[in-house]
Structures are given as C-alpha cells and as structure tokens.
Design a protein around this ligand. Structure first.
Ligand SMILES: Nc1ncnc2c1ncn2[C@@H]1O[C@H](COP(=O)(O)OP(=O)(O)OP(=O)(O)O)[C@@H](O)[C@H]1O
Length: 289
C-alpha cells in the first residue's frame, strides 16, 4: 500500500536485518517465507442490521522462518481478525494468504488439514482455550490421537518440562491451574504440534503482572530453540519490544507503519504511531532513548 510507512524496511521486506543472526536454525530454510499475506481484506457483517464493517483493509505482511513479527494497534483496529484470517481459522476474506508457500484459497481440504497444524494460536484467555472437562493429560492425549505422527516426537512429561511445568500438572483440570500455568499448558499444546508459525494473540494480557514476563520469556525461548516464526498480536508496546524484531502498526484495519521495532519505536514516522507510543505506558522507555 502506498500509504504504509516502511520505516527502516526498504522495499517493504518485513524481515528484520538482524533476525538471521539472532535465531539458531532448526530447518535449512531459515528466513524462508512461513506466512505471506497479500492485500487482505476482511469484512464482518452485523447479523442483526446486515451492516458490513471492514475490519482488515488491504493488509500485506510477510513472516520468515525464525522471525518474530508484531501487529500492534488499539482495540478494534483489526489485529485479531487479521491473525485469524491469516491462520485459516477465521473469516478468510479477499486477498491471498500463503502458509509455507501454499495459498489457503487454492489448497484442497486434505492439504488444508495437513497445513493447519503448522500454525498454532495461543490466545489471551488460557482458561477459555482449554476444555474444562479434560485434564491436561487427556487434552494432550486427544491432540495426539488427532495427529499421531506429528506429535510422537516428545513424551508428555518432557513436553511440560519444555514449558517449565511439573509432571503433576498432567492430572489437573483447567480450574485447578493458575492463569500462568494454564497459559503454559496452552503453549505446550501448541509446541506439541511442532508448528512453523506460532500466533500469540495478547498472550499475557489476561495474566498477573508477576507471570507475564515468564510467559514472554518462554515464547522467546521456544522461537529460538524451535526456529518457529512468531506473530504476536498486542496492544502493549513494551511486550512487543521485548519479543519482536519487526512491528506493523494497525489503525482502523490498515497497516499505517511497518519496520524494525527499534526504528519504529525510536523514530515513528506516522502520526498514529506517535500517538500510540505517547499514550501507552511504554512511552517511558522511548523517551529514554
Ligand atoms: N465476528 C464479528 N462480527 C462482527 N464484527 C466483528 C467480528 N469480529 C470482530 N468484529 C469487529 O471488527 C473490528 C476489529 O475487531 P478485532 O477483534 O479484529 O480487533 P482487535 O484489534 O483485535 O481488537 P481487540 O484488541 O479489542 O481484540 C471491531 O470493530 C470488531 O467489533
């Protein structure tokens, strides 16, 4: 889009210049496109009034293997709609979405079933994401039965260890878990699928401040050790800055500025980005630069 400020990203390339140095390789195709969104438009229709609302308005972005990209914006700017469409979970809309090079609009149902696990979403409300009737163990068992080959690489206890949870957690039900523990279980469930893309939609907003940093550190560690790409949806610039290399700023469904976090936060070019930075608690560290 001509009105998107490509702040520090000549040519519109969403790759951070240093991303490859930061991320150890899991696969030989490090940096290769994992998710490509081209000119996406998603509209929601109000069932009652029939009114159509354009939540995502001609958005394009790209995430390569091992990269971490954030989409920030105020509530209602279209972040979640974009993420859901991009992972094939929500309204797909118009435009092209390619996951690992496969266009979601042209793959057959069988191939889509194979592709879907490659993108795992971690939501804001971990308790809402878990089935209250299932213990952690039976939830994992169900996932394993759906994808036996994909999930055979690790035992339950070792999987929990990866997200720093005790094996005793396996026999607990969601209501017996703290918010932080439940979010770690959600991350473990995502990790079990060995995804090439993890979408984290406000993954710490529902958690106590005391555990937010731990969960973010865990997501960073998983990205670094597995080579998965990370798409972080957040309104919290401090979170974005601590985890992501590249940021896209959304306003009223459009991406108004994109670039490496350091550049965008230090020298925002777009008025809305400036407002967002000034209005958010994270403004403190910006002014220190
Ligand atoms: N299923 C839906 N039907 C109708 N409108 C919707 C639907 N989902 C989202 N919207 C509207 O689309 C707009 C964008 O919503 P979206 O959840 O994508 O924004 P967001 O930036 O993720 O906001 P938040 O941070 O509050 O989740 C909002 O105005 C919302 O009310």
């Amino acid at each position: 889009m001509s009105d998107v400020v490509q702040n520090g990203m000549p040519g519109g390339d969403a790759r951070h210049p240093h991303a490859l140095e930061k991320t150890p390789a899991r696969t030989p195709d490090r940096g290769a496109p994992v998710l490509e969104v081209d000119d996406l438009v998603v509209e929601h229709r109000n069932r009652r009034t029939g009114e159509v609302f354009r939540a995502v308005d001609h958005v394009s972005l790209r995430i390569g293997a091992g990269e971490s990209v954030a989409v920030v914006g105020e509530s209602g700017s279209g972040k979640t709609t974009l993420a859901m469409a991009a992972t094939g979970l929500g309204t797909r809309g118009e435009g092209d979405i390619r996951l690992l090079g496969h266009s979601l609009s042209s793959v057959g149902r069988k191939q889509l079933r194979r592709l879907r696990p490659e993108a795992q979403v971690v939501f804001q409300d971990p308790h809402g994401s878990l089935d209250p009737r299932q213990s952690v163990r039976s939830g994992l068992r169900e996932l394993r039965s759906l994808q036996p080959e994909r999930t055979s690489w690790i035992e339950d206890t070792a999987l929990l260890e990866r997200v720093r949870l005790e094996p005793s957690i396996l026999d607990r039900y969601p209501h017996q878990l703290s918010g932080g523990q439940a979010q770690r279980v959600c991350i473990a469930r995502a990790l079990l699928m060995r995804p090439r893309l993890i979408v984290a939609d406000e993954p710490t907003s529902g958690l106590d401040v005391s555990v937010q940093a731990d969960v973010l550190a865990l997501l960073k560690e998983i990205r670094a050790t597995t080579g998965a790409a990370l798409l972080m949806i957040s309104h919290d610039l401090a979170v974005v800055r601590s985890v992501c290399d590249v940021v896209h700023v959304m306003y009223h469904g459009r991406v108004v500025e994109s670039g490496p976090c350091e550049t965008v936060f230090a020298r925002p070019q777009n008025d809305y980005t400036r407002e967002l930075l000034a209005a958010m608690p994270g403004a403190r560290w910006r002014s220190r630069q």
